[in-house]
Write a protein that binds this ligand. Structure first.
Ligand code: ZN
Ligand code: ZN
Ligand code: FE
Length: 764
């Protein structure tokens, strides 16, 4: 017989850990107790040595699905009480060094209950348990308990109460527990906001099948939904949302239901079923555009997600004819729904019922909503499979507020990100908490969401930052906020160069502390010389960096407009090739073409940029793929789609020059300017660009080693894949972002990591 005191740290509160320990202890005939305290979970057990060891092992091996065990530390103890049994005892106070859990999809056990016609939760849209359901999006503050969530107004009925109280129940301490008798209810409202009679799910499905647009309340905000197979409905949604060409994501019942639209490689069906339920970008089948016209026009990828909330499952269940049990889910189901964020005008997602009626008026024909408030706005996450894990395009629901472990601990830091696709980051100890995707800080609503997110992270984490990091750009809302924040708190504000931050973001998540070479392939970021950078080769050494080289700059005729109009970039290239006289004729459809030719000729309003994003635009403009973009990154995405369809091609060997550490792609442009087949041109462009970039990196970094690659261009799969193998052939390993997006959504982590190292260095 021995007695041990065991401390478990990690994510162990609010995830069903105590009942799990209770069950284990009973099974192993151990006595003692378990409790929550400020550092995690503490256990005391007495029993046979073998059984106690068994418990220690199984704490790690069999932990509940939402738990994350960082450490289990045990020491022998003399027990104070000779207990006869194992009990869960009162939590011990003190501020928990913890964080609200993330939202997860409804679990199989809860689904079984929802689809059991005789059960008390038959078709109940708010079914959840300790192992599943909402957390982050319904929590107002810590510690996580019902009174601090949006379930507060709903008083548990006797049956729910007894589930909540029984350690052997799946809903022991399930703070969001409820049932049709005591919990929130669904309602369907028409466009005028009037309550509709009848079953809300059945009526909503009927409207969807009639080609109507229905606003549906999700976990972190409203979606706008329509029948993805109905081209008229998709067109109406585009028109009303003023989203002419941007791709929509589609919700399907299960991986088999997705198989006819997209190709799934090894691991990808499993990816669809991740409990975080992100949108997964999958390669389209040839038949996809015909089956889902207008959903993701011209692109090689389709965003697919499975239902994550009980309500979403109910729609598919209704479409399947309300079958009993779970069998139907894994059969091919016909229903395909466009599910797009309800964020009119690019503003933050709609989360409140009244707000939905107001802001979505004129867009939605009906509203499927309910009484459980969304406290924290959280968009859908978007990922795709990539070598060594997933690649994030957008990190939000299901992933935030999970921490990213830093290589070492430091004082608390706030980093405010940049401008586009912004996130913010707060560190505590050796953990970095990156906010959900906030969006572009180009409107007042997004700016207040940005400030709210900072306030909320600081409140949840209970830290007071000792430094605030921001971008070098003085006009960003985030930069101005950082300056005010620093002044008010009497702390330092640290400007971090954009591409240095991109590189540091990858270093932070992979725990790399040695100096490395970094390749930043990006849209644009302000350089230390005041220039517009975006195709940079850097040597990064902790808080410092050196610009080893960059792309030979291109002119931006008309400044910012050139970043939205690829034909202008093409004109800039023609001018550089000494073929400026072709501009007016080649772009005759653009009435500004003669003016642009003159601007280039006289170097008026033509700032320069070393951005690789603009190189993609120039190529798309030269090949006639796109003259003016409907959304950011469109030209590059279309170009990728064309190259993907063309297939492999050899690079044009004389397509680039390297001089003084800089990469000049002008010879490649000369070829593209005369290429008549856009598909072939797109393929030559990608193949040559990859060879050129790899050659460039190799020229600067002879020998083996790691090259960090980051920036928005790494979302291009042909580029990322090609660079990885081409650099590999030179003995160089490409290290990419895997826990955050490579685009500006990952900037805040890089800024935070540089600021943190700054503080640590200063204190030494
Ligand atoms: Zn569950
Ligand atoms: Zn109840
Ligand atoms: Fe960037």
């Amino acid at each position: 017989m021995i007695c041990q005191r065991i401390r478990v740290s990690g994510v162990v509160q609010g995830v069903g850990f105590r009942p799990f320990v209770w069950r284990l202890a009973n099974e192993l005939a151990l006595t003692g107790w378990v409790r929550n305290d400020s550092r995690g979970v503490e256990i005391e057990v007495c029993g046979a040595v073998a059984q106690v060891n068994h418990l220690l092992q199984r704490l790690k091996d069999d932990a509940p699905p939402l738990a994350r065990i960082d450490a289990v530390v045990a020491r022998e103890t003399a027990t104070e009480h000779s207990a006869e049994e194992f009990v869960i005892i009162e939590s011990r106070g003190g501020r928990a060094v913890t964080m609200i859990g993330h939202d997860t999809t409804v679990c199989r056990d809860c689904l079984s209950e929802m689809f059991e016609p005789a059960g008390r939760r038959w078709r109940y849209a708010f079914t959840n348990c300790t192992h599943c359901g909402p957390r982050y999006t319904i929590s107002r503050s810590l510690p996580y308990d019902r009174a601090r969530t949006s379930l507060k107004p709903f008083v548990l009925c006797n049956k729910c109460q007894s589930e909540y109280r029984r350690p052997d129940d799946r809903r022991f301490h399930a703070e969001a527990n409820c049932c049709p008798k005591c919990g929130p209810q669904l309602t369907l409202l028409n466009a005028e906001g009037q309550l509709q009679s009848g079953d809300p799910v059945a009526a909503a499905l009927k409207l969807l099948r009639e080609g109507k647009i229905v606003a549906i309340k999700g976990l972190g905000g409203f979606h706008l939904a329509c029948d993805a197979r109905n081209p008229a409905a998709v067109a109406i949604l585009r028109e009303r949302k003023q989203r002419e060409e941007k791709p929509f994501a589609v919700m399907l019942a299960s991986p088999p239901s997705a198989a006819s639209f997209v190709q799934m490689g090894v691991g990808e069906p499993g990816l669809l079923s991740l409990p975080e339920r992100p949108v997964i970008l999958l390669k389209k089948r040839n038949s996809c555009d015909e089956a889902l016209p207008g959903v993701a026009p011209g692109l090689a990828w389709l965003g697919v997600m499975l239902p994550s909330t009980p309500l979403q499952y109910l729609l598919f269940h209704e479409a399947a004819g309300r079958p009993a049990g779970l069998g139907w889910i894994d059969l091919t189901q016909d229903l395909a729904l466009v599910m797009t964020s309800a964020n009119p005008g690019g503003e933050p997602l709609v989360i409140d019922n009244q707000e939905a009626l107001l802001r979505l008026s004129g867009i939605a024909d009906a509203f499927l909503m309910h009484e459980r408030d969304i406290v924290t706005r959280c968009d859908d996450s978007v990922v795709r499979i990539a070598p060594g894990g997933v690649q994030f395009i957008r990190r939000a629901r299901g992933y935030t507020p999970r921490a990213i472990k830093l290589p070492h601990a430091g004082p608390p830091v706030l980093a405010v990100g940049g401008w586009f696709k912004n996130t913010v980051c707060v560190t505590r100890g050796d953990e970095a908490f990156v906010s959900q995707h906030i969006g572009d800080l180009d409107n007042a609503a997004a700016c207040s969401f940005f400030e709210e997110s900072i306030g909320q992270l600081l409140k949840f984490l209970q830290v007071s930052p000792e430094i605030v990091a921001h971008d070098l750009h003085p006009d960003f809302h985030s930069t101005r906020f950082a300056a005010d924040f620093a002044r008010q708190r009497g702390i330092r504000a640290l400007g971090v160069q954009h591409h240095h931050a991109h590189a540091a973001s990858v270093l932070a998540e992979h725990g790399v502390q040695a100096p490395v070479i970094a390749l930043a392939l990006d849209g644009v970021g302000l350089g230390t010389d005041g220039g517009a950078w975006g195709g940079e080769l850097l040597r990064v050494d902790g808080v410092g960096f050196e610009r080893l080289g960059h792309l030979v700059p291109l002119a931006l005729p008309g400044g910012d407009r050139a970043a939205r109009e690829p034909w202008r970039m093409a004109a800039a290239v023609l001018h550089q090739l000494g073929r400026g006289n072709e501009i007016a004729q080649r772009f005759a459809g653009q009435h500004a073409a003669p003016t642009v030719a003159q601007m280039l000729e006289r170097d008026i309003n033509c700032p320069q940029t070393s951005s690789l994003g603009r190189v993609f635009d120039a190529a798309a403009g030269l090949l006639g793929v796109r003259s003016v973009m409907a959304f950011e990154g469109q030209a590059a995405m279309l170009l990728e789609g064309l190259a993907e369809r063309y297939g492999d091609i050899l690079p044009f060997d004389h397509g680039w020059r390297i001089e003084n550490g800089c990469l000049d792609l002008l010879p490649l442009f000369a070829v593209l300017a005369d290429e008549k087949d856009a598909k072939r041109g797109a393929a030559i462009f990608h193949a040559t660009l990859i060879a050129a970039l790899a050659d460039w990196v190799h020229a600067v970094t002879p020998g083996d080693g790691t090259v960090v690659g980051n920036g928005g261009c790494f979302l291009n799969q042909i580029l990322a894949r090609g660079l990885r193998s081409r650099l590999g052939a030179h003995g160089l390993h490409l290290l990419e972002a895997r826990r955050l997006p490579p685009n500006d959504g990952g900037l805040s982590l890089g800024q935070a990591w540089i600021a943190s190292q700054h503080l640590v260095k200063r204190k030494k």
